[in-house]
Design a protein. Structure first.
Length: 146
């Protein structure tokens, strides 16, 4: 049993969070008091909290466009339940031209069977396509698109 220094109630130790610096390794305030305090602080400081993280995220996104693209791809793959991922070494084995129009500029990794249609991220389902061809293919199978 421990007494909360915020509300003054005596509660079992399970009602207190861990704290490595406290002598008994439990927080001084109970979980309920901490929760109430954090909610009130969040409401009072929402604007400050939001702008700080917004500025940091905006700065990071501008400085790391490749990282942003990777995060977006990973999020989309998780959202569709995509399994498998090709390694960088495997992606190097793909052709250096668009397999549809043979262009060599603005190449992207394209899925032969789109993720929305049950495709995977394994190397067997990947190829290179120019941005124009990859975008126009959309969610169609290659046979439907050609």
């Amino acid at each position: 049993m421990k007494r909360c220094t915020k509300c003054g109630e005596t509660k079992p130790l399970a009602a207190f969070s861990r704290c490595s610096t406290a002598p008994d390794h439990k927080q001084w305030w109970c979980k309920k008091c901490i929760s109430t305090f954090r909610k009130a602080w969040s409401v009072d400081n929402r604007a400050k909290e939001g702008t700080t993280s917004y500025r940091y995220n905006r700065r990071w996104r501008r400085a790391n466009p490749v990282g942003v693209a990777a995060l977006n791809l990973r999020r989309r793959a998780q959202k569709t339940g995509c399994e498998g991922s090709a390694t960088a070494a495997e992606l190097e084995t793909l052709p250096d031209f668009c397999v549809f129009c043979f262009a060599t500029k603005d190449l992207t990794d394209a899925h032969i069977v789109p993720l929305k249609r049950g495709g995977t991220g394994w190397i067997e389902n990947l190829t290179k396509a120019c941005r124009s061809c990859n975008s126009s293919q959309g969610y169609k199978l290659v046979e439907e698109w050609l």
